[in-house]
Design a protein around this ligand. Structure first.
Ligand code: NCD
Length: 312
């Protein structure tokens, strides 16, 4: 994957995904050491280019780069020349001229990471673009499920909530389907995308039916900032029909796990009590995110060193 862009799970095949997950499992060990740092990416530069707010994704990429000894530079829209109206592509090209080894991009408009990737020398990693894709989130979700369940093939994964506006849902639909899981989506009609059938998943408007027999229940944040507002149910109505709590979770398998990409609207998608305790694995997802992003950075920006070249 050296030098390749990572724009979406749609572009990956099963072997790519498995390779990333296996590499991430090896990276987890580094995070358990007393000194959580290895020299693997020493001398490499990684640029975080975030045009949209982010807590966990940005911090996770930064920590991942630092654990591999890369130099990580953070650009946020408000503190860079973007606030002086420099165009996105000009900003990206300026950063590219400084020779980074990977550029991580988040933007509220779908397709911006791809447009940036088209003009940059450096490989681009999509850290979330509009309602399109968020590949590293889906990869860390797959890693979490794999480690909880010992497999992904044959599992039933129910994704609940604002599917239409969720890049996390889209990337997870592609990812879990490619690894052989049955993926279901559920939510009120305006939150189910019109093209849902083309994604190859079953959609439900009843939480109970969607959860029946589910091994994994993934709740999503209601993306009020991406909705037009008009057709959305009230928050109260949403939480009474689709908000998860322990009693509704009984519809799923006894050993079902509960996931959420964060940030959680407590009491809306998840009851606070469920968010904080097993079977919820939300903090494991966050923890796994660092190892997963180390794997992605390593696979994409770790140029073969002298030994690798000598071997070739
Ligand atoms: C998600 C995002 O930004 O796409 N959060 C994340 O990256 N962990 C989900 C969200 O905003 O609801």
């Amino acid at each position: 994957m050296i030098g390749r862009d990572l724009l979406g799970i749609e572009d990956l095949d099963r072997a790519d995904i498995e390779r990333i997950l296996e590499t991430a499992e090896r990276m987890q060990e580094i995070g358990e050491r007393e000194v959580k740092k290895v020299p693997t990416l020493r001398g490499r530069t990684i640029v975080n280019l975030f045009f949209e707010p982010s807590t966990r994704t940005k911090a996770s990429f930064e920590i991942a780069g630092k654990r591999l000894s890369a130099d990580v530079v953070n650009f946020t829209a408000s503190s860079s020349s973007l606030s002086k109206h420099e165009s996105i592509l000009d900003t990206a090209k300026t950063l590219d001229a400084m020779d980074p080894d990977a550029v991580i991009v988040r933007h509220r408009v779908a397709g911006v990471p791809k447009r940036i990737a088209d003009v940059l020398e450096a490989p681009v990693i999509n850290a979330g673009d509009g309602a399109h894709e968020h590949p590293t989130q889906a990869l860390l979700d797959m890693l979490t499920v794999y480690q909880e369940k010992g497999r992904i093939d044959g599992l039933t994964v129910a994704i609940i909530g604002d599917i239409a506006h969720s890049r996390v849902a889209r990337s997870n639909v592609y990812g879990f389907s490619k690894l052989g899981a049955e993926v279901r989506v559920a939510g009120p009609p305006p939150m189910i995308p019109r093209d849902v059938a083309t994604l190859g998943v079953k959609s439900y408007h009843s939480l109970r039916e969607a959860l029946d027999g589910a091994d994994v229940v993934m709740a999503l944040r209601i993306q009020l900032e991406r909705s037009t507002g008009a057709h959305f149910p009230s928050v109260r109505e949403y939480s009474s029909t689709f908000g998860l709590d322990r009693s509704k979770l009984r519809y799923a398998k006894d050993d079902a796990i509960v996931m959420h990409p964060g940030p959680v609207n407590r009491g809306v998608e998840l009851s606070p009590e469920l968010a904080d305790r097993r079977p919820s694995v939300i903090l494991d997802q966050v923890r796994n995110g660092v190892a997963l992003r180390m794997a992605v950075l390593y696979l994409i920006s770790g140029r073969p060193g002298p030994t690798a070249k000598e071997d070739a």
